[in-house]
Design a protein around this ligand. Structure first.
Ligand SMILES: Cc1ncc(COP(=O)(O)O)c(C=O)c1O
Length: 399
């Protein structure tokens, strides 16, 4: 007996694997600082928890429509209008059990065998494997460090073929934190206007985590002519510290939203009714804490970037958003660790760092572009400082 061919095409999420390895070392009594997890260390705000408790007490504990309660769809429409200037009606909204299933439902509902999906690299680890699960072909396009890891118009143009079904744009990005400006999106939109068969999936999960006054834009807002073929995806996981509640959402063309709803009706059914009521409160309730949390994340980003750039052989660009940095360790390839291991790639680098100094980070090749590694700075300042000191010591120890 063996898994299906579709399952054999994919691998377990490497970011989850790093967290598991760090946990296992901790269980053995090692002093490990885990910087692998992609979730805010803040708690879910109290008003959101209260809304969930109220939903339980009011008996809102039954099946709902598979793609979301009307109240949440209305809150999502209001959010898209308020924050992104986008007009959607409830029939254009899909709600699912997290941002990840929203993306998967969209791909599963639209991809035919051999359809290509353009994915700028470095990419969030799940995109290529989700495409493979749907019998599609991921077309990973390497971006350049000197372009801030953003896909350029000419790189996009060169990747499009008659088989291209989707291009995925993730801004701010996991893993690099890079964000697209209005002008960057304008340039991509100009290319896409010439290719009417290509749909655009934007993953705006980190919208509320942008620093230094960098303004967030999403492509359907920048070029309204692309609205009919754009799926604007978002969720409450990162902005509202609700990763465990499992609510994501998207706005898009009605034919696709209907197909995604069909998909959900035969697979997950509705996302948790209680979480949906909590998400209504997240989107409709007070938003001022977002600014406060953003200021904390910005201070951590500045600390980490500065300390990593003081480490021998690392080069860490300053990202515009999210809670990740993506330093290059190219200058350290070929160096030897204290135990005599020659570092041939970024996986060797992160393995040796974990073994020698007890700092868990994720290798860049897992995100499709190395030699580099990803640090999640969604953790307290003391741990970050200690981890960066250890990284500095590790880099200095290489010969
Ligand atoms: C870019 C990106 N998109 C989507 C998701 C998925 O979010 P959720 O936890 O809501 O499924 C993540 C989570 O790490 C992410 O980084």
């Amino acid at each position: 007996m063996e898994p299906s061919n579709a399952l054999k095409r994919i691998k377990p999420s490497p970011t989850i694997a790093v967290s598991a390895k760090a946990r296992a070392l901790k269980a053995e009594g090692r002093d490990v600082i885990g910087l692998g997890a992609g979730e805010p260390d803040f708690d879910t705000p109290q008003n959101i928890k209260d809304a969930a408790i109220k939903a339980i007490n009011e008996g809102k504990t039954k099946y709902t429509d598979p793609d979301g309660i009307p109240e949440l769809k209305a809150a999502v429409c209001a959010k898209f209008k308020r924050e992104n200037g986008l007009d959607y009606i409830p029939a254009q909204i899909h709600v699912s059990t997290g941002g990840k299933p929203v993306l998967y439902n969209a791909l599963a509902a639209s991809i035919n065998e051999g359809d290509e999906v353009i994915i700028p690299a470095p990419y969030w680890v799940s995109y290529p494997d989700m495409v493979l699960l749907c019998n599609g072909t991921p077309v990973c396009v390497s971006t350049k460090e000197e372009n801030g890891y953003r896909l350029t118009a000419s790189e996009l143009e060169a990747a499009i073929t008659p088989k291209t079904k989707w291009v995925i744009i993730n801004s701010p990005s996991n893993p690099t934190g890079a964000a697209y400006s209005k002008d960057d999106l304008r340039a991509l939109a100009d290319v896409l206007l010439n290719h009417p068969q290509v749909m655009i999936m934007t993953d705006d999960m980190y919208e509320h985590l942008m620093y230094d006054g960098f303004e967030f834009f999403t492509i359907a807002q920048v070029e309204p002519k692309l609205y009919d073929r754009t799926l604007t995806c978002n969720g409450v996981s990162k902005a509202y510290a609700m990763t465990g509640w499992r609510i994501g959402y998207a706005g898009g063309p009605q034919w696709l939203i209907k197909a995604m709803g069909n998909m959900a009706s035969q697979t997950t059914s509705n996302p948790c009714s209680i979480s949906q009521w909590a998400a209504v409160e997240a989107l409709n309730g007070p938003q001022d804490f977002l600014e406060e949390r953003k200021a904390v994340f910005k201070a951590r980003r500045d600390l980490v970037v500065s300390m990593l750039n003081q480490a021998t052989g690392l080069n860490c660009p300053t990202p515009e958003g999210a809670f990740y940095v993506y330093p290059s360790c190219a200058a350290l390839m070929g160096k030897k660790t204290q135990s005599g291991k020659v570092l041939e790639n970024d996986e060797d680098f992160v393995t040796a760092l974990l073994e020698q100094e007890g700092v868990a980070v994720v290798h860049g090749s897992a995100f499709g572009l190395g030699p580099a590694f990803r640090i999640s700075y969604a953790t307290d300042t003391e741990s970050l400082t200690k981890a960066c000191e250890r990284i500095q010591r590790f880099c200095a120890s290489l010969t």
